[in-house]
Design a protein around this ligand. Structure first.
Ligand code: DGT
Ligand code: CA
Ligand code: CA
Ligand code: ZN
Length: 574
């Protein structure tokens, strides 16, 4: 892990502990902001420190800068070590449980002696817990569900965390002399939204030596196994990495095998058997003769089918599609012509409109929609109508200045509990693009929520429904909603549905993307960025769209500016 990530983790941890100690909320928020900004820094924090520019990082004052320097020179922060002594480590872990806030944890600890998850599960079964202030049957039930979710998710890592780490490991392996073709396999290559462990494949002659060098990479905390062809390690943040070192003539077969999924491999093996062939991680065989295995393409073509993109390999009909020549031509990152959901300093973003536009330009986009929050989102500093019009002026003048990129004046408008929108129609009418989304009142029954969202889609000025199920991977389950009905309504009213690329959202998910495009509804792959660097998360959204079988034509923001403008206008007049 880079120093940036280590320091950010410590700051987050300090905030957690202060939370449990019910410390000053502003102090807590300061640590959280600092952690976020450090994590998203574009360069190594050592370099920033060396230039004496730590306090130029947003949210870093002299005090935090001092702590960063202390960490860079001594490897630890004294205040942090002191704080850690005040709260048991296992108690801090409980903060990750949805429905269980720091105040409740502190109370559970003080009054019922809860020190860890086991204790918590035990007291949840007793009557005593109901005597605690603020506790009731309903709350107890919420905590139980939170625990369940916590147990499921703590074993899997979001793609957005695993992928950058894997890239760092791969860089390390590439530098080991004698390695070639180093590549991620497993669920990571299939770009699943969460990853159990990281699988990596490399090609080398002296395999044992490569495995040994792998186990010595700086990110490694613990060695689980180190043999002559494979090694397993645990990284500093607890993620397991399996490396397999293979020989050239079986590289393709191994890559195919270890990319999975298991279900896809089983199907493929059946196909091989039908053709009188045998397939395994070493190659494809006819009797004793090896007829393929050097490249992955070869493995598929000797079975009589075209190469299948890894994102499709889930046994969801891809082998049948390959057999009948009906594999989709999947959308690619390069097809994306703009980001249609980003925030700026006008609301809760961290950067100015110009800074967001600069990033869009760097990414080669033709356009960007700056869609700040509406007034109901108070914490997110939603814009009053007055401020909305001020922002509109700024964007108009920027558009006059800029030649190479178009800025769309937009808003992310709250869908209120009754399905009405947070700006009146005569205001919405003046915007280039309107995104509607649910930001509060998640706890509704399925039918009410579905009707609420459909009502918003009926509004003639809405173009896109954003993060349609509201889930946060590992943190919050989707709200109750009949997504099929929502998709049908989107089709009926000519609206698009967002695939939010933020790594904890990926909402729509792969399955729902397929449903949407299957119904003829366009998806929009956006990042919902609150700072320029978040715009790189587009790749997670594109990957999820590919897992949902999306082609270029299914994705609204692959259109050029002219086509898009036409689509936006037509939608408004439907
Ligand atoms: P994960 O790590 O839980 O996110 O999922 P994967 O798909 O990366 O699974 P993993 O790491 O257990 O194994 C990597 C690949 O190796 C898997 O996708 C397919 C292949 N594989 C593992 N075990 C088996 C097996 O028993 N049969 C077959 N056909 N393939 C297997
Ligand atoms: Ca894996
Ligand atoms: Ca594995
Ligand atoms: Zn947003």
């Amino acid at each position: 892990m880079s120093k940036n990530a280590e320091i950010a983790d410590i700051f987050d941890r300090i905030a957690d502990i202060l939370d449990l100690l019910e410390d000053n909320p502003f102090r807590i928020r300061a640590y959280r902001n600092a952690a976020r900004n450090i994590r998203e820094l574009n360069e190594d924090i050592e370099d920033v420190a060396a230039r004496g520019e730590l306090t130029k990082i947003p949210g870093i004052g002299t005090d935090l800068a001092q702590k960063i320097k202390e960490f860079l020179t001594t490897g630890t922060i004294r205040d942090y070590e002191e704080l850690r002594k005040k709260v048991p480590e296992e108690l801090i872990e409980l903060l990750a449980i949805q429905g269980l806030g720091p105040k409740t944890i502190a109370r559970l600890n003080r009054e019922l002696g809860v020190r860890n998850l086991n204790d918590l599960e035990r007291v949840l079964e007793t009557k005593e817990i109901l005597k605690l202030r603020g506790m009731g049957e309903k709350k107890v039930e919420d905590i139980r569900r939170g625990i369940e979710l916590f147990k499921q998710s703590s074993a899997r890592i979001p793609l957005g965390i695993a992928l950058p780490l894997a890239e760092e490991i791969i860089e390390g392996i590439v530098k080991i002399p004698g390695t070639r073709g180093t590549i991620a396999a497993g669920s990571l290559r299939r770009m699943k939204e969460t990853i159990g462990d990281i699988d990596i494949l490399t090609l080398a002659e002296q395999r044992e030596r490569v495995v040994k060098a792998f186990t010595k990479l700086p990110l490694v905390k613990e060695i689980l196994a180190a043999g002559d062809t494979k090694g397993s390690v645990v990284l500093k943040n607890g993620i397991q990495v399996d490396l397999r070192v293979v020989e050239p003539d079986s590289y393709g077969a191994a890559l195919q095998y270890f990319t999975g999924s298991k279900a896809h491999n089983i199907k493929l093996r059946t196909l091989a058997i039908e053709k009188g062939l045998k397939i395994n991680e070493y190659g494809v065989f006819r009797g004793k003769e090896k007829i393929g295995g050097e490249t992955e393409e070869e493995v598929y073509t000797v079975l009589g089918i075209p190469w299948i993109p890894p994102e499709l390999r889930e046994d969801r009909g891809e082998i049948e599609a390959a057999l009948s020549g009906k594999l989709p031509v999947l959308v690619q990152l390069e097809d994306i012509k703009g980001d249609l959901h980003v925030h700026s300093k006008w609301s809760d973003g961290n950067a100015t409109v110009e800074e967001m536009v600069a990033k869009a330009r760097e990414l080669g986009y033709e356009y960007i929609a700056v869609t700040d929050h509406s007034p109901s989102s108070r914490i997110a500093k939603g814009l009053s109508i007055e401020r909305l019009y001020e922002k509109k002026k700024e964007i108009e003048s920027l558009n006059k200045k800029l030649k190479d990129i178009r800025i769309l004046m937009g808003a992310e408008v709250d869908i209120k509990s009754d399905g009405s929108l947070d700006y009146p129609d005569d205001v919405l009418k003046t915007l280039d693009i309107v995104i509607a989304s649910v930001h509060s009142g998640f706890k509704m029954d399925r039918e009410t929520m579905t009707r609420r969202i459909i009502k918003a889609l009926q509004n003639p000025f809405v173009h896109i429904l954003a993060h349609p199920t509201g889930r946060l991977i590992g943190e919050r389950e989707p709200y109750e909603v009949d997504i099929e009905e929502v998709i049908e309504a989107a089709k009926r009213y000519g609206k698009a549905i967002e695939l939010n690329s933020y790594y904890l959202r990926l909402d729509l998910n792969d399955i729902n993307v397929r449903k949407a495009i299957g119904s003829g509804v366009k998806i929009v792959i956006s990042t919902d960025s609150h700072l320029p660097d978040h715009m790189h998360m587009m790749r997670f959204g594109v990957a999820t769209a590919r897992r949902g079988w999306a082609e270029k034509k299914d994705v609204l923001n692959t259109m050029d500016f002219e086509e898009l403008s036409k689509w936006l206008k037509e939608t408004k007049s439907l």
